[in-house]
Design a protein around this ligand. Structure first.
Ligand code: SF4
Length: 696
């Protein structure tokens, strides 16, 4: 691998939470060539199919090039004045909680920071939530319960140093391919390294599994409680580390009482898993959407954390629980507090001292004292007319939210909807009163944080097309037009980053985990040249791991084991809807295909919406391979190409989430998913819907 060559600009991939470094070079004709950055710590030169095709996604076809108001082209002044006026009037008439922002883990940290500051500090509402709610909100809640803060304990190196990698609820081979490649390479170098995959479906990730546990949908708590129970019975607890923990006895009691038959696994399979896990000191348990997207997602996270805490296998080389985030900047969004129930820099919105400190720092006129509406509740409030002005930025909820048809109708009925995006061709954009053209990946400056806390720059490589502007600049302009000129006066993204970094010093004063205030004086040149760095940036943990030293961020300074018990899935299958629908991603598409759909070679991988169904079910229902099936849930239907495969079990089907379309029949799979949510995280149960399947 050669390092950067003349004309190549270092940036970071637009897609998943691995956060791969990219070397991008304009081709002189409006396009880009890309290759993996050999110097980036996340990927060391590797890219997956999506990253490799980034250069094919930057064309101007279908781009939104200028503001649009009620279908007619407008100029920025008119559009921004109207946004400012409508939000000001709505707040004045109906109060701050009558407005909302729904934002995205695709935004840069700088975009997120400005959106969060405008809503929480100046509108005085916490009604800002993000599509990260559908992605990793359960991990945030689980981390906070156990650690006191939303802190990922380990690093990517741990996945290579481990002697056992357990992947649960994660099709890493397709959803985080470069991280998967790193494990494959580590296993090739050390064949004694073992991999366990826990997934109801036999995914591509199972190719490297020494053991695949085809667990019953949603049963992770039961399995990890079985493991915790065995950890105790076999004397595998770490008594020295136990001094740093609360809640051990309660968690053990719940684990011993667990009904392990819920897992659907045989006693021999469970014993084999426990033997491997307990018998291997260096174990990393990787978890992703199969854990998070559940009405017991937070409990699942804590069931996993409990096992690592009880054995002291956390925050040491090759050991620990490891959440891999879906989006490129879900972690940055968490750091700025871009969720409805967080504040800024991992501070707590319900803590008066934290609120006061942030309010003082921002010189903000108003701060909400309570969390705002989480995504599902937010769109319910839109439906009921309680939210009267909604700004959707860089995301497509009319396709991606559970009960997507209902969400689409709710947005259509809202008094005032602004959508900022790179295109007007999304189902959500078609519902907007106002469209604002956003600069996209490759056209904007900012930063993102990946799954192992590494902050990297996304850099502008091409000029934005037409009148497009970066999201942070659009939001700041609205803030200024609403009368807060000083608070929203930044000349560039670097200045926003500096302010975010300075605010993190406030969190540091409260003893929090996220403090990058040593970057608060970064000048424009320093920001331009900023190399990837992993926080924490100072102290004994600098650049490394958390909690191996027994120091946690709870008020007592001790880690918490949380007693959890498996619960039934929220949606029962029944005679009318006898199939369990699992949803997920495919290798070559991203979210609702706004960007990846532009690359012909990515569309060749799997060109149509499809459903995986077991051969016995297909035969019984009269479904021919490559025929069409209609899936019906309680809240919607989808028509999908039939893919007959024994990767799924009888009674279970799998369908990817990517396709959209607003005229029936469509492949909008989230229309089938009920909006039932986890009580702690508010994350919907996207992987266990109940549906009927029939020939179309
Ligand atoms: Fe981009 Fe993720 Fe692929 Fe890396 S693994 S190139 S971050 S999509």
């Amino acid at each position: 691998h050669l390092s950067a060559q003349p004309g190549e600009i270092r940036t970071t991939c637009a897609y998943c939470g691995v956060g791969c470094g990219v070397l991008a070079k304009p081709d002189g004709q409006g396009g880009l060539t890309v290759r993996g950055d050999p110097d980036h710590p996340a990927n060391r030169g590797r890219l997956c199919s999506k990253g490799t095709a980034l250069g094919e996604t930057v064309g101007h076809e279908d781009r939104l090039l200028y503001p649009v108001i009620d279908g007619a082209r407008a100029d920025w002044d008119t559009a921004l004045d109207q946004v400012a006026d409508r939000f000001r009037e709505t707040i004045a008439e109906h109060g701050p909680d009558s407005v909302a922002f729904y934002v995205s883990g695709q935004m840069t940290t700088e975009d997120y920071y400005v959106a969060n500051k405008l809503m929480k500090g100046f509108f005085g509402s916490a009604n800002i939530d993000t599509n990260s709610r559908l992605c990793m909100a359960s991990t945030v809640a689980g981390h906070k319960r156990a650690f006191g803060t939303d802190t990922v304990p380990g690093t990517y190196e741990d996945l290579e140093l481990a002697d056992l990698v357990v992947l649960t609820g994660s099709n890493l081979a397709w959803c985080h391919p470069v991280l998967y490649q790193r494990i494959v390479a580590a296993k090739a170098a050390r064949p004694e390294m073992r991999v366990v995959v826990i997934d109801p479906r036999r995914t591509a990730t199972c190719d490297i599994a020494d053991l695949h546990l085809a667990i019953a949908p949603g049963a992770d708590v039961a399995l990890f409680n079985a493991l915790l129970s065995q950890i105790d019975r076999r004397g595998a607890r770490d008594p020295r580390f136990a001094r740093h923990l609360d809640g051990m006895e309660e968690a053990l009691a719940a684990a011993h009482a667990e009904d392990v038959s819920r897992t659907g696994l045989s006693p021999a399979q469970i014993a084999a898993f426990c033997d491997m896990w307990i018998g291997t000191e260096k174990v990393v348990t990787v978890f992703s959407q199969g854990v998070n997207q559940s009405t017991s997602g937070t409990d699942k996270v804590n069931a996993i954390l409990n096992c690592h805490l009880a054995t002291g296998r956390i925050g040491r080389p090759g050991m620990g629980p490891f959440s891999v985030t879906g989006q490129p900047n879900a972690m940055g969004g968490r750091e700025v507090g871009g969720l409805a129930n967080t504040l800024a820099c991992h501070l707590d919105i319900e803590n008066a001292a934290h609120r006061d400190a942030v309010q003082t720092f921002w010189a903000a006129p108003a701060m909400p004292e309570r969390p705002g509406l989480k995504a599902v509740d937010m769109f319910r409030a839109v439906e009921e007319g309680r939210i009267k002005a909604l700004w959707i930025i860089c995301t497509n909820p009319a396709v991606s939210m559970p009960e997507a048809d209902r969400v689409r109708d709710a947005i259509a009925g809202c008094d005032f909807v602004v959508v900022s995006d790179i295109t007007d061709r999304t189902d959500t954009a078609r519902l907007a009163h106002m469209l604002l053209p956003a600069a996209g990946w490759g056209e904007r400056d900012g930063s993102v944080t990946n799954s192992d806390r590494t902050i990297s720059r996304q850099r502008a490589v091409l000029p934005p097309p037409g009148d497009a502007r970066p999201d942070w600049a659009i939001l700041a302009e609205v803030g200024r037009r609403m009368g807060w000129a000083k608070a929203f006066d930044w000349p560039d993204a670097a200045a926003v980053f500096r302010e975010h970094a300075a605010l993190s010093g406030v969190a540091g004063r409260f003893g929090g985990d996220f403090d990058i205030s040593d970057h608060a004086a970064l000048d424009a040149q320093g920001y331009a040249a900023l190399a990837p760095f992993r926080w924490p940036t100072a102290g004994t943990r600098q650049g490394g791991r958390f909690f191996g030293d027994g120091r946690f961020f709870t008020p007592s300074g001790r880690g918490r084991m949380i007693p959890v018990s498996a619960r039934a899935l929220a949606t029962e299958t029944c005679e009318a809807r006898p199939f369990r629908l699992n949803t997920g991603r495919i290798r070559d598409q991203w979210h609702t295909m706004t960007r990846t759909g532009r690359a012909a070679r990515l569309n060749r991988h799997m060109g149509e919406p499809f459903v995986e169904i077991h051969p016995n079910d297909a035969a019984r229902l009269g479904l021919a391979p490559a025929g069409l099936a209609e899936l019906r849930g309680a809240t919607g239907c989808a028509v999908l190409r039939v893919l007959v495969t024994d990767r799924v079990r009888e009674g279970e089907v799998f369908a990817p989430i990517h396709w959209s379309g607003d005229t029936a029949p469509t492949g909008r799979v989230d229309a089938l998913v009920a909006a039932r949510t986890d009580p702690f995280s508010g994350q919907p149960e996207s992987k266990a819907a109940a549906v009927s399947v029939a020939p179309y």
